[in-house]
Design a binder for this molecule. Structure first.
Ligand SMILES: *[C@@H]1O[C@H](CO)[C@@H](O)[C@H](O)[C@H]1NC(C)=O
Ligand SMILES: *[C@@H]1O[C@H](CO)[C@@H](O)[C@H](O)[C@H]1NC(C)=O
Length: 507
């Protein structure tokens, strides 16, 4: 999100509406309800609370963006010896599906960022993304828990869509007042049983609205430069000048200063660590920290600075780099930092399957030679699950397959064990039993459970639907209302153009 100074001021205003938030912790209890509060969950003393550093990335997934993220994560370990996991909010235009499968099978969280990168999205943008991620990247519907609004542009209706489509959480709201300020809105993740308590400047939010029981909000925690409440840096804090660098700009230097950024990031981290240990977040757009993306303007010194920050943060006791999904698992079942190493969500079990088998299962060495290349002229992509006849769109997120027929991940086999070529589950023992959920995200809100081979949505006898393949033709997604392609494509074109021209856009 681009912060104009007016917007920054707006977001940082003391939010009078907050007085209207009320939540009774005796009624609203974990694991499925939590009040918006700055105190750690479970009554834990902040000294016993792990300091979570949430790492997220947004937008299209390509080799460049995975490489960019890996610059910060691949070489690291959490205190239990496992590699850190992160959350990727995927939008699908220009996405290479096989890389999503790999990233998921490696233990990372994949979440929804709409198909075409649309702010205040329609239900079709949100739900179609789930269907396409399930069909072409093999991500189980139960694993697609989270959503972030492109441009962080969301309304009460957006949250209502998420609730209805059975998302576990949204992470689009911002904690825009420092933890050291008595009016801070840096709440631990909370449920919307009593409405939202962040982004109160958006009409329809706060004052107890919207009430969406069980839907979590994971606020995005801003860093603050020397200006404090009027100097928030939310996403890609390294892209915009800090206060110090702004002052320099009077002397003709308007570039962000890595040294100034490192200093204010450390200061904000310390405020969280020495306070109530609310999480902190590195919310990245990998394209802006890629040294290999064609035409990149990213600087090696910025990459080094971010790594210095993480090295420094990890030198503190009980610091964990995590995905949103891991954070939420802990918040719902809080345990003292001393017990972290025994918690399943933070462990890294080795998969038990025949590593020499050639199967398209998200493990790069196993799937070598088994991927299908879908040669669309705009952007060719790879997938394990068979090339569709057309690029997935809002109108048709799961097009029929072209020549070759592969089988999409069914509801009763996990991605790692599914052979999409043979249509066979490679493990049938109870130890790897898997059951996916069905969600009301199909055409006209039909319950959708994945599987099939693409094409029309096949209605099952119990009223639910799958990714069909009966060959009876395409049933338009959510009725007859079609979204004009031009309307959908313009914003993304603008984003790409702007990124190309300025090399410093963060959305
Ligand atoms: C897409 O993925 C394939 C296979 O994983 C890889 O060979 C290719 O380089 C990727 N291309 C991009 C642009 O991500
Ligand atoms: C999954 O369901 C299919 C169809 O109902 C069945 O043939 C198959 O044996 C099941 N697989 C497992 C691993 O349970």
């Amino acid at each position: 999100m681009r912060f104009s100074s007016t917007l920054a001021l707006l977001l940082a205003s003391p939010l009078l509406a907050l007085a209207q938030y009320s939540c009774d912790p005796n009624v609203c209890k974990l694991p499925d309800c939590a009040c918006a509060t700055t105190t750690p969950p479970g009554g834990l003393d902040p000294a016993q609370v792990p300091q979570f550093v949430v790492f997220t990335a947004d937008d299209a997934i390509q080799s460049y963006t995975i490489d960019a993220v890996n610059q910060f994560l691949a070489q690291r370990k959490n205190p239990n010896g496992c590699k850190p996991k992160m959350t990727y909010f995927a939008s699908l235009t220009y996405t290479n599906y096989s890389l999503i499968t790999d990233w998921y099978v490696a233990g990372n969280e994949i979440a929804d960022h709409t198909i075409t990168h649309m702010g205040s999205p329609t239900k079709e943008e949100v739900n179609g993304n789930l269907i396409a991620l399930n069909a072409l990247a093999g991500i189980p519907l139960s694993a697609l828990k989270g959503f972030r609004a492109p441009l962080l542009d969301f309304k009460a209706e957006t949250l209502q869509i998420l609730h209805k489509s059975q998302f576990l959480y949204d992470s689009s709201a911002s904690a825009s007042v420092p933890v050291t300020d008595p009016n801070t809105n840096a709440y631990w993740p909370y449920t919307l049983d009593n409405g939202i308590a962040n982004n109160c400047d958006t009409p329809g939010l706060c004052n107890g609205e919207p009430k969406l029981p069980g839907l979590w909000e994971i606020p995005m925690y801003a860093f603050f430069d020397n200006r404090g409440v009027v100097g928030p840096h939310l996403m890609d804090p390294w892209l915009r000048p800090s206060f110090l660098a702004l002052r320099d700009s009077a002397n003709g230097n308007n570039a962000p200063s890595d040294a100034a950024t490192l200093a204010f990031m450390q200061k904000t981290f310390t405020d969280h660590y020495n306070g109530k240990r609310q999480p902190i977040g590195l919310y990245t757009h990998p394209i802006h920290v890629s040294l290999s993306y064609p035409g990149t303007t990213a600087k090696k010194s910025t990459i080094d600075m971010i790594n210095s920050f993480l090295d420094w943060a990890q030198n503190h006791d009980n610091v964990w780099i995590v995905s949103n999904e891991q954070l939420l698992d802990w918040v719902r079942n809080p345990a003292p930092a001393s017990q972290m190493s025994s918690l399943a969500s933070f462990s890294c079990p080795a998969p038990t399957y025949d590593a020499s088998a050639k199967i398209c299962n998200g493990v790069p060495t196993s799937e070598d030679g088994t991927l299908a290349r879908c040669g669309f002229s705009d952007f060719p992509f790879f997938t394990c699950y068979g090339c569709p006849t057309a690029v997935p769109t809002v109108d048709d997120p799961n097009p029929a397959q072209s020549a070759q027929t592969r089988f999409r991940v069914p509801a009763n086999c996990s991605t790692t064990y599914w052979d999409p070529v043979e249509g066979k589950c490679l493990c049938n023992s109870p130890s790897c039993a898997f059951t996916d959920v069905a969600r009301p995200i199909g055409p006209n809100d039909a319950s959708y459970q994945g599987g099939g081979i693409g094409g029309d949505f096949k209605l099952l006898s119990d009223g639910s639907s799958t990714g069909g393949g009966s060959g009876s033709g395409y049933a338009p997604f959510n009725g007859a209302q079609r979204v004009q392609d031009a309307v959908v494509l313009w914003p993304i074109l603008l984003v790409f153009l702007a990124a190309a021209v300025f090399g410093a856009v963060a959305v």
